[in-house]
Design a binder for this molecule. Structure first.
Ligand code: PGA
Length: 248
């Protein structure tokens, strides 16, 4: 079975104004030959313009979240169909900042995944343990539980990825050791194969949490690491491109 094609996705979080579209253009101009798929997930209000700016380039545009309903009285929320309508191809779902800050449960994330698939979006489903959970020796159980609870059976046959993002590694500069990353990614792979059968070997399992140019090569070379979800280092085109380059 061939290894999954890596995905390097930038998560801009709540950063970026229209002037930042220049960074996205610089990524598209510098991306060159790579075996990775490359995506940028800007704030929702920038998706339309970014999708237009990157049309005809290999760089894909994604959202950072979408609602589980198609439409309705949900003030401030955005549906998956709306993201797709303005040019998004992917969507991050279940990011730990949404799980913690908006109390998104595995069940809700799973419903969002179903809605995203219905809109034709490719989900990037995030999982990850807190520092307390790791210290208590529960990291593997927590994360494999999130994988089981957040990935609905509807994903079978669709293109999607899972992002392992230890909460304590996000935005902190801390990263797990390579053996710790590999242990977790193997456990996620086993859980995916259990749920979706051997076809799940083609699902990229991204690592996220303080990925930067200086550690990208080692992380991306680790067993079962099929790409990266990059926060802070995706805001500068030169840093993000260095990470893409590390994917080969
Ligand atoms: P970071 O964020 O790269 O800034 O740690 C990663 C993420 O939250 O996706």
């Amino acid at each position: 079975m061939t290894a999954p094609q890596p995905l390097i996705a930038g998560n801009w979080k709540m950063n970026g104004l229209t002037a930042s579209l220049a960074e996205a253009r610089a990524v598209a101009e510098g991306v060159g030959a790579t075996r990775a798929r490359v995506a940028i997930c800007p704030p929702a209000v920038l998706i339309h313009q970014m999708a237009d700016a990157l049309a005809g380039t290999p760089v894909l545009v994604g959202g950072q979240d979408s609602h589980e309903e198609e439409a309705g009285a949900f003030t401030g929320d955005i549906s998956a169909a709306m993201l797709a309508d303005v040019g998004a191809r992917l969507v991050i779902l279940g990011h730990s900042e949404r799980r913690a800050g908006y109390r998104e449960t595995d069940g809700r994330v799973a419903r969002k995944v179903v809605a995203a698939l219905r809109a034709g979006l490719e989900p990037i489903v995030c999982v990850g343990e807190t520092l307390e959970e790791r210290k208590a020796g529960q990291a593997l159980a927590v994360v494999t539980g999130q994988v089981r609870g957040s990935l609905p059976s509807e994903l079978a046959g669709h293109r999607f990825s899972v992002a392992y993002e230890p909460v304590w590694a996000i935005g902190t500069g801390l990263t797990p050791t390579t053996p710790e990353i590999e242990e977790m990614h193997r456990a996620i792979r086993a859980t995916l194969v259990e749920s979706f059968g051997p076809a799940a070997r083609a699902v990229p399992i991204l690592y996220g949490g303080s990925v930067k140019p200086s550690n990208a090569e080692e992380i991306l070379a680790a067993d079962e690491v099929g790409g990266a979800l990059v926060g802070g280092a995706s805001l500068k085109a030169s840093d993000f491109l260095a990470i893409v380059k590390a994917a080969g």
